[in-house]
Write a protein that binds this ligand. Structure first.
Ligand code: SF4
Length: 76
């Protein structure tokens, strides 16, 4: 049986890399209702890390109920 490949997109700045796994998204809209300056589904790319501080981005990602959004610290 063929294993389905999970689509993963990454968005980085100097400090963090945001990982987006669209197949996991439950479309709760929490991310863009909470921080539209960074998460804007009308834009391409839809994640723009320079729209807020890293702290704000991390806080918003921690509220993603499906874990479709996650982040890694680049220096770890
Ligand atoms: S917060 Fe998470 S589940 Fe909700 S729309 Fe954003 S990525 Fe999808």
């Amino acid at each position: 049986m063929e294993e389905k490949k999970q689509l993963k997109k990454t968005y980085s700045n100097e400090e963090i890399t945001v990982v987006w796994q669209p197949e996991m998204c439950t479309h709760s809209k929490k991310c863009w209702k909470g921080l539209l300056e960074v998460f804007d589904p009308r834009e391409k790319p839809w994640i723009k890390l320079d729209g807020a501080t890293n702290e704000q981005v991390k806080n918003q990602i921690n509220q993603c109920p499906s874990k479709a959004l996650s982040y890694q610290l680049n220096n770890l």
